[in-house]
Ligand binder design. Structure first.
Ligand code: PMV
Length: 334
């Protein structure tokens, strides 16, 4: 081999039932199972080229050299692929995203799903989707879900082998829309890897984890029956439970801004008044307003008019990670 290249694209996902805390940090075995919707419109592209004789790896993000700590996390992930494929070559990697990273928009889910697929393909391995999901999990837990499109469940499992995601239903099953409300583009001070490690310091985490099978069943059933009221109740409750754990961790993790709280109140009030919308919030101040198809336009208009709202992205359910024939040439900055 002189060099082997592959390009993949993947999208982030929004967790309807959240993953927070690991039973094993090194293997990223989650404390509880989770359910998500993969988001259309937001995309990370990654190209991996293994070059014979090359010593280290290099990485550009949107055309710029990546910070050392990002490169090191990516190299650790590539090491897993090299080991599987029996490869020694270093890699040249470029990545481009059409949405901000490190702001609680699950950028690591899209990045590690695309990186896993591109690296596996470039290495010459051919792995089934379930194995790709397990491998992506090692880079970032939520990336295990972005391997698949539509509605996805990640089974917590008890070991590396049985902790993987799989599709629950295709996106066409229900035209839900995630309105991603950007309140801040600033990098969050505590990333999710550090956050997961703090979860067990909250006395509420054990109760949150113990009740997870009930919430997962409730969410599965609401999705199956396309029952928005039922889905909204469990999605908001689950998000609040995760933030209760964050708030009571030591040290405290407070991801909300005053605007976040204002939006939580506003969206809950709109639902009281008959709109099919609910909120869910990841590890950042931005709010995801999940809407039934017929409520999405009205909710987006209202959200746009609120103070502090920088942007509203409209994301229906999208595709899982996919291979591309080549790096798109036209608008390429990298
Ligand atoms: O995959 P990570 O380590 O970025 O963790 C994701 C954590 C949450 O986004 C807060 C919840 C989730 O299930 O996506």
């Amino acid at each position: 081999m002189a060099s082997q290249t592959a390009v993949a694209a993947a999208s982030p996902n929004i967790a309807l039932i959240k993953y927070w805390g690991n039973r094993d940090d090194a293997l990223r075995l989650p404390a509880n199972g989770s359910i998500s919707m993969t988001l259309a419109g937001l995309e990370t592209l990654i190209e991996v080229t293994f070059e014979e004789g090359r010593a280290g790896d290099s990485l550009t993000l949107n055309g710029r050299a990546a910070p050392e700590e990002v490169l090191s996390r990516v190299s650790q992930h590539l090491a897993r692929v090299r080991e599987l494929a029996g490869l020694r070559a270093g890699a040249r990697i470029r990545s481009r995203s059409n949405f901000p990273s490190g702001t609680g928009l699950a950028s690591s889910a899209a990045a590690f799903a695309a990186l896993t697929l591109a690296a596996v393909q470039a290495s010459g391995l051919r792995l089934e989707a379930r194995f790709l999901s397990r491998l992506a999990r090692r880079g970032s837990g939520s990336a295990s879900r972005s391997i698949f499109g539509g509605f996805v469940e990640w089974h917590a499992g008890k070991s590396d082998k049985d902790s993987f995601a799989e599709p629950l239903a295709p996106g066409e099953h229900w035209g839900l829309v995630d309105l991603v409300v950007i309140l801040s583009r600033r990098r969050k001070p505590t990333g999710s890897t550090e956050g997961h490690a703090l979860a067990a310091t909250s006395p509420l985490q054990a109760a949150r984890v113990a009740d997870a099978p009930r919430r997962l069943a409730e969410c599965r059933e609401a999705l199956r029956a396309r029952d928005f009221a039922r889905l909204a109740a469990v999605v908001e409750h689950d998000s609040n439970l995760m933030h209760a754990v964050m708030l009571t961790s030591r040290p405290t993790l407070l991801y909300w801004s005053p605007e976040t709280v204002r939006l939580m109140g506003a969206i809950a009030a709109w639902r009281e008044a008959g709109m099919e919308a609910c909120y869910t919030i990841d590890a950042g101040p931005n709010v995801h307003c999940l809407c039934a198809p017929q409520s999405a336009q009205r909710a987006a208009r209202r959200l746009q008019s609120l103070p502090g709202v920088l942007q509203v992205l409209r994301c229906p359910a999208g595709e899982g990670a996919r291979l591309l024939a080549a790096w798109p040439r036209l608008s390429s900055p990298g």
